[in-house]
Design a protein around this ligand. Structure first.
Ligand SMILES: Cc1cc2nc3c(=O)[nH]c(=O)nc-3n(C[C@H](O)[C@H](O)[C@H](O)COP(=O)(O)OP(=O)(O)OC[C@H]3O[C@@H](n4cnc5c(N)ncnc54)[C@H](O)[C@@H]3O)c2cc1C
Length: 292
């Protein structure tokens, strides 16, 4: 007999996952139908930075969304506020007052609850130090009301959703060197065994910055500047810009193979400034050689 579902969700982006998780929370059985194949799933959500506009009234609200915020970060950061009034003003301004009043009210007044709910579902948020804060006299000052993003950006958000939604858990690293990945993967597998789960059912993915060019010397300085300026490295994590894959195609392939050798199953590339030429060379010259 055909299986019956209470709720069918069409799609596999942020909206779909939130709908599916909310339905599951209410005890409904849910079927998700995603048109894209696994490796391309997640729609536009996968391509975002995962940045989310949310009402907050000071550092305490940010701490609720980012419980692992360190004291050093708190001491050196002015998060300011993004009040309901500011959010309403921005909505009116950017839409020239054509926003739907009811939906806008829901969006603004429930934004904090929505992100907090997502956090409880397993989505981690981090402050966007790299793009939304200026360092003034030794202190970071946030601007623009856009203060947090999903850890790992869009791919991280979708992967966290997937982790929360499927039974086979997994592990996503952000800018880890092979030895850090190996250490943490060993830990995850051990936890699985301790929890009575077959570790071979676990999946993993490593996000790695990459810049391909004529030689390491030719690309290194620019890449390090970009990674220092636009990316964050949490003090509690092993993520580092030294994880960057740099050099000509042969050198990049060799560095990436070190990751595969320690058990990385999927690599999420973070190409230098998302330049189309970088994406082209990764797709055409690097990925085929990793598959052989
Ligand atoms: C480059 C870029 C950066 C962005 N950055 C941000 C950001 O930082 N913060 C932010 O808030 N927003 C950002 N946005 C906007 C954001 O991507 C969208 O608002 C958001 O992803 C919409 O989510 P969604 O779940 O509605 O749609 P999507 O994420 O696009 O999901 C749609 C899903 O439906 C599936 N689908 C489509 N047709 C069918 C079908 N017929 N049958 C089954 N499945 C189907 C798709 O495969 C996909 O999984 C960005 C957008 C882009 C393109």
């Amino acid at each position: 007999m055909a299986k019956q579902y209470d709720v069918i969700v069409v799609g596999g982006g942020n909206a779909a996952y939130c709908a599916a998780l909310a339905a599951r929370e209410k005890g409904a059985s849910v079927l998700m139908l995603e048109a894209a194949p696994d490796e391309e799933s997640g729609g536009n959500s996968r391509f975002t930075a995962g940045a989310m506009r949310v009402v907050y009234n000071g550092v305490d609200d940010i701490k609720t969304l980012v419980p692992d915020l360190s004291q050093a970060e708190i001491d050196t950061t002015d998060f300011g506020t993004y009040t309901q009034d500011q959010f309403f003003d921005d909505m009116a301004r950017v839409t020239q007052f054509r926003t739907d009043p009811n939906l806008c009210e829901l969006l603004v007044t429930r934004s904090f609850d929505a992100l907090n709910w997502m956090r409880q579902k397993g989505i981690r948020f981090v402050p966007i130090y790299g793009r939304q804060a200026f360092k003034i006299d030794g202190r970071f000052k946030f601007w623009g009301g856009l203060t947090v993003e999903a850890y790992g950006g869009g791919p991280g958000m979708i992967d966290s959703h997937q982790r929360a939604a499927v039974t086979g858990d997994g592990w996503l690293t952000y800018f880890y060197r092979p030895e850090s990945f190996a250490k943490s993967w060993e830990k995850i597998r051990r936890f699985a065994v301790e929890g009575g789960k077959d570790p071979d059912t676990l999946l993993n993915a490593a996000q790695l910055p990459i810049r391909v060019g004529p030689s390491r010397a030719a690309v290194e300085a620019g890449m390090m500047e970009w990674l220092g300026k636009e990316w964050d490295y949490a003090s509690w994590s092993d993520s580092t810009k030294d994880s960057a894959i740099l050099g000509n195609v042969d050198e990049c392939v060799a560095q990436l193979k070190e990751h595969l050798a320690v058990g990385v199953q999927k690599i999420i590339f973070v190409p230098y400034k998302y330049e189309p030429e970088q994406i082209e060379v990764i797709a055409k010259e690097i990925i085929p050689r990793l598959r052989t």
